[in-house]
Write a protein that binds this ligand. Structure first.
Ligand code: PMP
Length: 448
């Protein structure tokens, strides 16, 4: 077998070099070439690569036990991590269920909501409304929430489609409303959807507080968050925040919901929790919901690797690092610096139409016309071309062509939260070089 004929397969044929090692914000391939991990993998490696303290703590756990099945033993790492997470959750969300990834976290949140409703005698409530575009995971249950035909694709007949509402992409709205009013308008679409579906059938609403792969760091107007909470309360609809990408400090606070002082009923987390050191996810829920389930005989759900001591020891060590070194606060500051640098790119490149995000969950979107926000020609495949130009130059960024009705090439620039200002300079120099090459290839103007 040659390097390009592997037994291993993923989404597509995309031969990449072999990874050799990581160090802080950098990754090195086997030829010795260095890359800035400008997307923290898939917004995962929040505290950077190969942190020696985390590795030492994982090794210490490995030397004791790497697995103990939860029906046979409680483990210190899982109990301790649950307690530490509960302390960081909004008040009342102090029950934690562990999983191994984001899709598992989302499905756990859905099943918990449903089983809780059943314990309350609300058997008719089963619909989980989500936004379009959205990304909530690749398993069949999570796919039903992931708005957009492209993700669902050939699998659409295999699951029951759930209702959607439009994601608040207000930067594309050409009306004269204030952001505040737009936020309310989008939130009211949830009320309309609930009414249209029949409130007695609606179980929950799930949203990414800051969009990730779906909408590229989309932040809604403040009014959106508060109105959504009010509407859910009014109709007895469970509010699930999918903080798989935003959680563990990515947006400048431990959870993104803290920016708006919102307390969801259930929070799903993953990515930054294990931060690339172990597959780990968690669901936090209201104590009364969990007690109701336990009183009714227990939660009908579970995964073999859930709460395994090695993954939880990694999660604890990551949390220790974040707290001891003020990594979330540092990431918030670096987010301001990087966002200003990305905004400055709009002067140089008229084809950058929008810069958005919070903390170090940042993105820019390319357009052919800023006045109308019309996208670049689809056949350019800008989203993949710029990523390759950057990759060749030693910078990894993450991109998507937004799906779900709105087209547009957006690029997530989300380095580890430990990045320094000097490293931001380094990242920007490579990004500018890649953007210049992109502009030259398409005859796009660049303002010197
Ligand atoms: N929810 C969100 C918001 C995500 O960003 C992702 C992953 N991109 C998932 C769920 C699914 O997580 P995983 O790929 O770990 O299953």
């Amino acid at each position: 077998m040659t390097e390009n004929q592997s037994h291993l397969f993923y989404q597509s044929r995309q031969p990449r070099p072999f990874l050799d090692r990581g160090e802080g914000i950098y990754l090195y391939d086997e030829s010795g070439k260095r890359y800035i991990d400008g997307s923290s993998g898939a917004m995962v490696s929040n505290i950077g690569h190969s942190n020696p303290t985390v590795l030492a703590k994982m090794k210490a756990q490995m030397d004791r036990a790497t697995f103990g099945y939860r029906l046979h033993f409680r483990t210190r790492p899982s109990e301790d991590l649950a307690a530490r997470l509960a302390a960081r959750m909004p008040a009342g969300l102090d029950r934690i269920f562990f999983v191994s990834g984001g899709s598992e976290a989302v499905e756990t949140a859905e099943k918990l909501a449903r089983q809780y409703a059943v314990t309350q005698g609300q058997h008719s409530r089963w619909k989980v409304i989500s936004r379009s575009p959205a990304y909530h995971g690749g398993t069949l249950g999570a796919l039903a929430l992931t708005g957009g035909k492209l993700f669902a694709g050939p699998f659409a007949p295999m699951f029951r489609e759930m209702p959607h509402v439009k994601a608040p992409q207000t930067y594309l709205d050409l009306d004269n409303l204030t952001e505040e009013a737009r936020g309310i308008r989008y939130a009211e679409m949830l009320r309309e959807r609930i009414e249209a579906e029949g409130p007695e059938t609606v179980l929950a609403f799930i949203m990414e507080p800051v969009g990730g792969a779906s909408t590229g760091a989309l932040v809604a107007p403040d009014s959106y968050y508060t109105r959504i909470r009010e509407i859910c309360d009014e109709y007895g609809v469970i509010l699930i925040y999918d903080e798989v990408m935003t959680g563990a400090g990515r947006t400048g606070t431990f959870l993104a919901c803290e920016h708006w002082g919102i307390t969801p009923d259930i929070v799903a987390m993953s990515k930054g929790l294990g931060a690339g050191y172990a597959p780990l996810g968690a669901v936090a829920a209201r104590a009364d919901m969990v007690e109701a389930l336990l009183d009714a005989g227990g939660f009908l759900h579970g995964f073999t690797y859930a709460g395994n001591p090695l993954a939880c020891a990694a999660g604890l060590a990551v949390l220790d690092e974040m707290e001891e070194h003020g990594i979330i606060e540092h990431g918030a500051q670096m987010g301001e610096v990087l966002k200003a640098r990305l905004e400055a790119l709009m002067e140089r490149y008229p084809f950058i139409g929008h810069v958005r995000g919070k903390g170090l969950l940042l993105a820019f979107e390319m357009v052919s016309d800023r006045a109308t926000m019309a996208p670049l020609p689809k056949e350019w495949n800008a989203y993949s071309e710029l990523v390759e130009l950057a990759y060749d130059r030693g910078l990894i960024i993450y991109s998507r062509r937004t799906r779900g009705g709105v087209e547009g090439d957006h690029f997530l620039v989300c380095p580890p939260l430990i990045i320094t200002e000097a490293q931001i300079d380094e990242l920007m120099a490579i990004l500018i070089d890649a953007l210049d090459a992109f502009a030259a290839a398409h005859d796009l103007p660049v303002q010197a």
